[in-house]
Design a protein around this ligand. Sequence first.
Ligand SMILES: [Zn+2]
Length: 233
Amino acid sequence: MSKILPSKIGQRLREEFQFEEKPYFDTQPEKESTALIIVDLQNDFLPGGALAVPNGDETIPVINQLQKQFDLIVLTQDWHPKNHQSFASSHENKNTYDVIKLNGMDQVLWPDHCVQGTEGADISSELDTTKASLIIRKGMEPEIDSYSGFFDNGKLKSTGLIGYLIEKEIKKVTVCGLAADFCVYYTAMDALDQGFDVEIVINATKAINPDEFEEKLKNFKLKGGTLREFNLN
Ligand SMILES: [Zn+2]
């Protein structure tokens, strides 16, 4: 099989696949073609966790309500082996939040978090996951970090999420969860790259560094992404 550039995956799949599935019911077309991606709503990213995002728990009631607007819901789950190279503990004489070069890319060194099989890696029990049809696990390669739900940070390997969304005839994705300035942002940017319409629900996400998130949002909007605030009723 020839090597496909990650940037072309969505384009190629849309060109090659033809769907003739008949819908079971007549539903609203717009709702049908939009998916919600809930990023990394895991114990370690919540207050009390190893890499807690400030006020991250405030997103949960919003996301639980928000899900009512969607038929297709995907969760992502950070899922690291315990020697992961994104952990400061994997490097001698390094502190958490130092930035190093890892395989030529800038890498923030995090506290150990979301280690496979630990309680910290579990999806929060406060999150309603009843309607989620897919959980994408990421960050499993020890040598490379993976902020986005679509690719690792070097865009070397795809998680398969593009194909899933295209096969489900999704045109627009809504992104929420944790953390806004890392995994939410990179998931949203990759979705834009793949030709989806993308929105971030701004009160359904929290940043590790809100100032950095503000800066990154400029790129997101410049690329065609939109922001929405969801009103809790
Ligand atoms: Zn991680």
